[in-house]
Ligand binder design. Structure first.
Ligand SMILES: *Cc1c(COP(=O)(O)O)cnc(C)c1O
Length: 227
């Protein structure tokens, strides 16, 4: 089933859109099944889980980290993540920059914009992201690759549509404002329930868990990401 799901996404997504297979809470066998179907980009949201899975799985997998990240967990995540999609505070950004300095590595990141109605969701406001990008030069060990966002968790399509429109508008505004930031080209938005709406708003990267791997256990399927 996993291989069929991967194949059907590959068929439906425009070739320039990245499919991130969100494998959190799913075992290595499931990841290998997707891998055998040609999938190479996977998403995880818990540091410990990533640090266990990554060394045990094929080294050409590109791991994206998508979860709330505490600064004391950086060493479980940054050695493995090719992209940290969920930078949601200045404190975290500064700590990641320091880790890059200490380890002589430039870390690829997305800045998470908070657009959803739920206050439990993480992320920056537009003004905070502007402040950071105006002084991007002071983060020498960070490569700013774009924006990530999550829509409000609701069946009302208009709300989801408005959330993604806001992400799209701000992304295009930043691209215009900072044409010299050539790496700033990823707009990561869209999950199993709303990726079609996200694509209509210019998403360049969709993060799909359930629609590829099936349901996670109820306890873990907590959209507030409170762990
Ligand atoms: C779990 C998760 C996803 C995938 O969610 P599905 O609804 O299972 O597709 C995408 N993005 C983030 C940030 C997540 O935590």
């Amino acid at each position: 089933m996993i291989a069929e799901n991967i194949a059907s996404f590959k068929k439906e997504l425009p070739p320039e859109v990245t499919l991130v297979a969100v494998s959190k809470f799913h075992p290595a066998e499931s990841i290998l099944e997707a891998y055998s179907a040609g999938q190479r980009v996977f998403g995880e949201n818990r540091p410990q889980e990533l640090s266990k899975k990554a060394p045990a799985l094929p080294s050409d997998i590109e791991w994206h980290f998508l979860g709330h990240l505490q600064t004391n967990k950086l060493k479980m995540v940054l050695p493995y993540a090719s992209l940290v999609e969920s930078i949601d505070s200045l404190h975290l950004l500064e700590a990641v920059n320091q880790w890059g300095k200490d380890n002589s590595r430039v870390v690829n990141v997305l800045l998470e914009l908070h657009v959803a109605a739920e206050t439990t969701k993480q992320g920056f406001g537009e003004d905070e992201i502007l402040d950071i990008l105006f002084r991007a030069d002071s983060f020498k060990y960070i490569r700013f690759c774009g924006l990530m966002g999550m829509a409000t968790n609701t069946p009302e399509e208009e709300t989801v549509d408005a959330d993604f429109a806001r992400l799209e508008d701000f992304f295009l505004y930043l691209r215009d404002l900072f044409p010299e930031y050539e790496d700033f080209k990823v707009l990561s938005m869209g999950m199993s329930s709303d990726w079609r709406i996200a694509l209509a708003h210019g998403s360049t990267s969709v993060r799909i868990g359930t629609a590829i791997f099936g349901e996670r256990s109820a306890e873990c399927n907590n959209s507030s990401r409170s762990w």
